[in-house]
Design a protein around this ligand. Structure first.
Ligand code: FPP
Length: 254
């Protein structure tokens, strides 16, 4: 039976400041631990990635129920190309496989798909699957599901600097006008709010070149749970922890 996850969140006491959020607008997730999940079961790593798709499906449903506006998931990093070719090939087929089965539900739930990452280097079939989903969901007005695919934060920042330097050299951009907001416009996430909450699974406590600029003021939440075992209850626990945090953005709460 369907129940609302949001109802499980206790009402928050009124706060003196506006820094306390009910639910994070943007949640970013490092979906880690697929390989170890599989190894513990004597299965190939690819079985872990396949199970990870189920966790992604559950998380999208839970995030939608909770009223999260943007869900960014780290599906493939620029460093993941170092993996054996067979695993990379498998990972590159996952967006197709996932969207083939889940696009109807994403449509029904009014989810809008988009991508953050370098298109260069991605196989055509991967890009076609993602582009089709982006196109089909482009007028949806519900949650944004942002796939970080072939994504690396340092490369993203360097690409932004290169574009800005190019425009400045051509006399099309005055360096004096570059501020944080302006710089942000050259990132993949230009039109998205910064993540409020970062979740990483599998016991690793690091950012791994994920959204380094955008996570400047995010609350970080780590769990030992491997991604394939991640469920709505874990997302809820992360959000409950987020709601207990005192976000001051460098200021003080009087
Ligand atoms: C990290 O676990 C996970 C990945 C590199 C792939 C993420 C993919 C999914 C969660 C499947 C769903 C994705 C799509 C695009 C539908 P790992 O392999 O590094 O695990 P390990 O650290 O235990 O080896």
């Amino acid at each position: 039976m369907l129940f609302s996850l949001r109802r499980l969140l206790p009402a928050k006491k009124p706060q003196k400041t506006s820094h306390h959020n009910e639910v994070p607008r943007h949640v970013a997730i490092i979906m880690d631990g697929n390989g170890r999940w599989a190894a513990e079961r004597g299965l190939p790593r690819t079985a872990g990635h396949h199970a990870g798709m189920g966790a992604l499906r559950r998380t999208i449903r839970a995030a939608g129920e909770l009223g999260i506006e943007v869900l960014t998931v780290f599906a493939f990093s620029t460093e993941n190309w170092k993996r054996p070719k067979a695993e990379v090939d498998f990972l590159m087929r996952l967006p197709q496989e996932f969207l083939k089965t889940d696009l109807p539900e994403l449509m029904e739930k009014n989810v809008r798909v988009r991508m953050s990452g370098n298109r260069e280097g991605l196989p055509l079939h991967t890009l076609q699957a993602v582009d089709t989903a982006i196109e089909k969901t482009k007028t949806n007005t519900g949650m944004i599901l942002n796939f970080a695919l072939n994504y690396g934060s340092r490369a993203e920042i360097v690409a932004a600097v290169r574009k800005i330097a190019f425009l400045a050299a051509k006399g099309k951009l005055d360096p004096q006008t570059i501020d944080e907001n302006r710089f942000n416009q050259y990132l993949f996430t230009a039109d998205l709010p910064d993540p409020d909450l970062l979740i990483r699974c599998s016991g690793e406590i690091r950012l791994s070149n994920f959204l380094l600029w955008q996570l400047a003021y995010a609350e970080l939440w780590f769990t030992d749970v491997y991604w394939p075992d991640f469920k709505g209850e874990h997302l809820l626990a992360a959000i409950e922890a987020f709601r207990r945090r005192d976000r001051r953005f460098g200021g003080i709460n009087l």
